[in-house]
Design a protein around this ligand. Structure first.
Ligand SMILES: Nc1nc2c(c(=O)[nH]1)N[C@H]1C(S)=C(S)[C@@H](COP(=O)(O)OP(=O)(O)OC[C@H]3O[C@@H](n4cnc5c(=O)[nH]c(N)nc54)[C@H](O)[C@@H]3O)O[C@H]1N2
Ligand SMILES: Nc1nc2c(c(=O)[nH]1)N[C@H]1C(S)=C(S)[C@@H](COP(=O)(O)OP(=O)(O)OC[C@H]3O[C@@H](n4cnc5c(=O)[nH]c(N)nc54)[C@H](O)[C@@H]3O)O[C@H]1N2
Ligand code: SF4
Ligand SMILES: [Mo]
Length: 756
């Protein structure tokens, strides 16, 4: 980009979503003067969305917290760090002492997945705390996919990514990457990638209960009744077997359970599932044939198929189809990226591993099984609210806003208000953190380094990119990895004043030992002192990252070979392209059998539930089902304080099909009252044919009208919290994931209270 006069340009990864676009940020002194796309970046190729420029507003936002805050009653005061940590220690230590580790819960939110310091150090805090009550946004998001991938391939991030740039046929279910910019799929500028697919003669098919922007780009779009994707996908599998279309090719020798899947699919003929899905049997059959006949095809499904009753079954069936059509692990199909740092499917013995262990313990109140070491967040409110041994009395939230993002927001808010101690590591005083006793603020994204630890494992091409901080840590502020270490010191009894440099050395030493111990590490057997010396100039997340990179699949093994180091990444302002995805089976597998488990036992055991529901799903056509949606200018619950993003028309509306609107005498712009089993909201109606009859949609992340927040812009465009309607009793039993799509609701005209 050409520089505005007197400005200098820095490159930095956008931390807001999984696309990981590289930005060219022009600054003058401490001020951001412009944010554009980075044309020279091989991954994002200049693409950005409207949220990137809003990073300047986030950076400068006067409401963004920069000082620790302590609350007494309804008043907040600024505090020093020492005071804040002492305050926490004085209240947390007695809870742990009297009631044990599980009495303190943690909720980890989405931005921590986009944050190097939190990504690496929140786990240090969690380990030090040793509580079973760990919750996260994963169980309102992708947990079903992690469970199915973990059971099939051996690790929870071995998630096949559609090879969008080389495929000839892409079937998308429950994802809207033209708006969300992709999820479990790092592929900036999906619009042009999908247009290129069609330009080379490929076909795009979208199944979604709404006609989305992505559907507008497709050759075909079909409405699908919410929550029925597993039925549809099973019917595709049924057809593949019935018509002799299965052709796993070179995968055949790596498969376990094909016959089992064939038997399971027998009950799901296209004719049987059609009334439930709302898609004609002949269409289902045709799509199955097209998938089988395309030279290179991929099925890709995302949040609409995860946050529903049969999330794990649907997630599993997606990859079953990719396998049966021979498209898994081949160019143009669904492939496994090779993450440069810390990817579990690059560590240890190639081709074999421990696999996934599920249900090692259960939640106290409802007995819901743990998943990947956490308890589903649908359980959080009851764990706080139900007295008895093991009751949650303290909570630490880390970059999360569960009051808006998790089911039954009203109940959870009441529970948060009754905690003996709540600490929030967060940059805003919002709907969740207003309940905290202490808030510990992080930094602006521009004041910290960035490396997409998770997303190099989920990207459409292998890549690495490291961004240095653009601005220094301001006086009186603290990077979040240090906040995590301080909290770790408190909960491990070392006290608020512990030497965190020493603690960091300790944490690093453990990591180092592990990295050198593996016989498969390129640095196996190296003298730890020598490695320590090689990393001497670094501390904290950078030191950890350098270790992970250099012992990773592209690493230099500390001189063992020519390869990647953090220093090399620091020299590059743009992503380093590591090439297109390459076949990785069997090396990528970490299942105990060393095979792809096509019919994992826990999943097989869940199929009966779907079989039983099938008839009901078909007859429930008639009631209204609520789904969510995303907006390009919004980011979950927390970017609504950026004026540039919330200007213009209201975005938190209830989309209703004209037939449904007519039946309820609802007119465009009128206020509707939407009710579910657990709550109600009032929200303006938007009548549109772009939604399936029988389905209504409200986006999540709104409802900024609560008392006691400090979000001056967001409060003026408050909207309603759709998760007041989501029911904490409804979850996918295998993953514990909340049902956020397909919620039964009633809709009527809201009585307008005079003067309100
Ligand atoms: N109904 C419905 N509900 C949903 C969804 C849906 O589709 N429908 N989607 C779900 C999904 S996919 C997700 S990921 C979750 C998200 O759920 P959460 O992660 O709980 O919520 P976010 O809205 O991402 O809020 C992020 C919080 O982190 C803070 N924050 C932002 N940046 C930083 C930082 O750098 N450091 C710190 N310490 N804090 C920071 C923000 O102020 C905010 O409080 O919501 C889920 N909820
Ligand atoms: N602009 C913007 N981008 C974002 C976010 C944001 O809030 N705003 N959030 C980020 C996060 S945390 C995530 S996880 C990703 C999510 O990324 P995506 O998975 O692409 O999420 P959505 O755009 O919500 O698309 C989900 C689609 O599923 C459809 N759907 C609902 N129920 C069903 C169903 O039962 N079956 C089927 N087949 N479809 C259904 C909805 O109509 C919707 O179009 O987006 C990320 N990117
Ligand atoms: S799509 Fe937008 S929000 Fe996502 S990384 Fe790119 S610029 Fe940032
Ligand atoms: Mo998410």
């Amino acid at each position: 980009m050409s520089e505005p006069t007197g400005a200098s340009v820095h490159h930095h990864t956008c931390p807001l979503c999984e696309a990981n676009c590289n930005l060219a940020i022009a600054t003058r002194g401490r001020e951001v003067v412009a944010i554009r796309g980075d044309d020279a970046d091989p991954l994002s190729r200049g693409y950005i969305c409207p949220k990137a420029p809003a990073l300047a507003e986030l950076d400068a936002d006067p409401d963004r917290l920069r000082t620790p805050m302590i609350r007494s009653g309804t008043t907040w005061r600024e505090a020093s760090w020492d005071e804040a940590f002492s305050h926490i220690e004085a209240r947390l230590a007695p809870i742990l002492e009297r009631h044990g580790r599980d009495a303190v819960a943690v909720y980890v939110g989405n931005p921590s997945a986009h944050h190097l310091g939190l990504g690496l150090y929140s786990r240090v805090f969690l380990r030090a705390l040793g509580s079973r009550n760990v919750y996260s946004a994963s169980t309102v998001d992708q947990m079903p996919k992690q469970i199915s991938a973990g059971l099939m391939f051996g690790t929870a991030l071995s998630i096949p990514v559609p090879d969008v740039d080389r495929t000839d046929y892409l079937l998308i279910l429950g994802a809207n990457p033209l708006v969300s910019n992709g999820s479990l799929l790092t592929a900036p500028d999906m619009k042009n990638r999908l247009r290129a697919l069609r330009a080379r003669g490929g076909k795009l098919v979208v199944l979604d209960p709404r006609r989305t922007k992505t559907a507008d780009e497709a050759d075909e779009h079909h409405f699908i009744r919410p929550g029925t994707d597993a039925c549809f996908l099973f019917a595709v599998v049924h057809t593949l077997f019935a018509e002799g279309l299965t052709a796993p090719g070179r995968l055949a020798e790596h498969l376990h359970g094909v016959e089992h899947v064939e038997a399971l699919a027998r009950d799901f003929s296209p004719e049987r599932v059609a009334p439930a899905c709302g898609i004609p049997a002949e269409t289902i059959r045709r799509l199955a044939r097209e998938l089988a006949q395309a030279s290179r095809a991929a099925v890709y499904a995302r949040i609409g198929t995860c946050t529903q009753e049969f999330g794990t079954l649907a997630s599993w069936l997606v990859d079953v189809i990719n396998v049966l059509t021979g498209n898994l692990d081949r160019p143009g199909g669904a492939m496994f990226p090779r993450g440069a740092a810390g990817a579990a499917n690059t560590l240890g013995e190639p081709g074999r591993g421990r696999g996934l262990r599920l249900g090692r313990f259960a939640s106290r109140v409802r007995g819901v099984p743990e998943v990947l070491g956490e308890i589903p967040v649908v359980c959080l409110a009851e764990e706080i609210g139900t007295p008895g041994e093991g009751q949650v009395r303290g909570l630490v939230t880390i970059a999360g806003n569960p009051a808006l993002s998790t089911p039954n927001g009203a109940r959870l808010s009441r529970a948060l208000a009754q905690l003996e101690l709540m600490v929030s590591v967060d940059i805003y005083l919002n709907e969740t953190t207003r309940h905290a006793h202490v808030i510990l603020p992080g930094l602006s994204p521009l004041e910290q380094p960035h490396f997409p630890l998770a997303f190099t494992q989920l990207s459409v091409r292998n890549f690495v990119r490291y961004s240095r901080p653009i601005f220094p840590v301001p006086d009186g502020q603290m990077p979040e990895w240090q906040i995590m270490l301080r909290l770790a010191a408190i909960v491990s009894g070392q006290g608020a004043g512990a030497d965190i440099d020493q603690l960091d050395d300790f944490v690093f030493a453990q990591q180092l030992e592990k990295a050198l111990a593996s016989p498969h590490s390129p640095a196996h057997g190296r003298d730890p002192e020598e490695v320590r010396r090689a990393l001497a100039g670094r501390r904290g997340p950078e030191r950890m990252l350098d270790l992970m990179l250099r012992t990773g699949p592209y690493g230099d093994g500390f001189g063992a070979r020519d390869g990647m180091t953090l220093a090399k990444l620091e020299e590059s302002e743009h992503a380093i392209d590591l090439g297109p995805l390459e076949p990785r089976i069997p090396e990528v597998l970490r299942t105990p059998s060393g095979k792809i488990e096509l019919a994992p036992e826990p999943i097989v055991a869940d199929v009966d539930r779907l079989r039983l529901r099938l008839a009901e799903l078909a007859s429930s056509a008639g009631s209204l089902l609520l789904v969510g949606r995303r907006d390009l200018r919004s980011n979950n619950s927390w970017m609504h304080n950026a004026p540039g993003l919330v200007s213009g028309k209201a975005r938190c509306t209830l989309q209703v099909h004209p037939e449904d609107a007519r039946a309820r005498s609802l007119a465009d712009g009128e206020l509707a009252l939407v009710r579910s089993r657990v709550g109600e909201i009032r929200v303006p109606v938007e009548v549109t044919e772009r939604i399936m009859p029988g389905v209504v949609s409200v986006p999540h992340g709104w409802g900024h009208d609560g008392e006691g927040t400090r979000l001056r812009v967001a409060a003026q465009v408050a909207g309603a919290n759709s998760n007041r309607l989501a029911d904490e009793a409804a979850f996918d039993p295998l993953s514990g994931n909340a049902v956020l799509n397909g919620i039964p609701v009633s809709v009527e005209r809201a009585e307008v209270t005079p003067g309100a």
